[in-house]
Design a protein around this ligand. Structure first.
Ligand code: ADP
Ligand code: MG
Length: 254
């Protein structure tokens, strides 16, 4: 079997007394889309934040392209070191709140990281970033400021911004949850295209239709553990576990 793009081994994370991740194992192959479902508070965001070392786990291993990213000195207190740089250049993340820089144009939002972190020239970054913005359907918005854009457009800028670092893995944390219903589709379409182009993706979402259509694996989490995982058709249409059934019932009821 090919080496996993990402492999999580026994990930544990606690905040004080609260044990949020209680031993999570997950293998993600290159080009695979893993959709993560689960009730609020089950540890989904924390798991994604472990993967990009925003919240380093206190126990367990995370192999990214075969490298254990928890091993380096940067897994502790946020000091700059090989593993943080390694992760930043390989893992992009998009959040529920778009977190764009309000005083920067759309184009500058996208070019900022490659210019400052990778030290690339403005000309090179502008050209690449414009191509990325075209790709997410925002070729006419380079000069706009975020506040002039709809939520769906802002979220697509955020996706382009993450892609500007040329990541190998993209993490999406409920990226359509803050959007008006009519804007959800344009963002999911962008993610669908990215998946079709072969991006490796971890997607925390309540969009069951998207998980079914685009997901290669569905993972259901509850209370800090993976309760059930497998092919979307199995987990979503024929869940084995009571907790999965109950959750899906609640989500599909909406
Ligand atoms: P989910 O994304 O599935 O809703 P989270 O990973 O955000 O769940 O949170 C899981 C639990 O961890 C929640 O009880 C939450 O309050 C707690 N938690 C998350 N981040 C922190 C933090 N930085 N400090 C303390 N508690 C946290
Ligand atoms: Mg969350």
């Amino acid at each position: 079997m090919a080496e996993a793009m990402l492999r999580l081994n026994g990930i544990h994370k606690r905040f004080g007394e609260l044990e949020v991740l209680k031993g999570v194992d997950l293998d993600v192959a290159k080009g695979e889309v893993v959709c993560i479902l689960g009730p609020s508070g089950s540890g989904k965001s924390t798991l994604l934040r472990c993967v990009n070392l925003l919240e380093p786990p206190e126990k367990g291993e995370i192999f990214l392209e075969g490298q254990d990213i928890c091993k380096g000195p940067g897994s502790g207190s946020g000091e700059s070191s090989w593993n943080l740089d390694f992760v930043r250049q390989r893992v992009g993340m998009v959040f529920q709140q778009f977190n764009l820089f309000p005083h920067k144009s759309v184009l500058d939002n996208v070019t900022l990281a490659p210019r400052t972190v990778l030290g690339k020239s403005r000309a090179e970054c502008d050209e690449k970033s414009k191509a990325l913005l075209e790709r997410v359907g925002l070729g006419d918005k380079f000069d706009q400021y975020p506040e002039r854009l709809s939520g769906g457009q802002q979220q697509r800028v955020a996706i382009a911004r993450a892609l500007a670092m040329e990541p190998r893995v993209m993490l999406f944390d409920e990226v359509t949850s803050a959007l008006d219903p009519e804007l959800v589709k344009e963002v999911l379409d962008t993610m669908r295209e990215l998946a079709a182009e072969g991006m490796t993706m971890l997607v925390v979402t309540h969009e069951i239709g998207f998980a079914k259509e685009v997901g290669d694996q569905v993972v259901f989490m509850d209370d800090g553990v993976i309760v059930e995982q497998g092919k979307p058709a199995d987990v979503l249409d024929n869940p084995r576990e009571e907790r999965t059934k109950k959750f899906l019932g609640l989500v599909l009821e909406r």
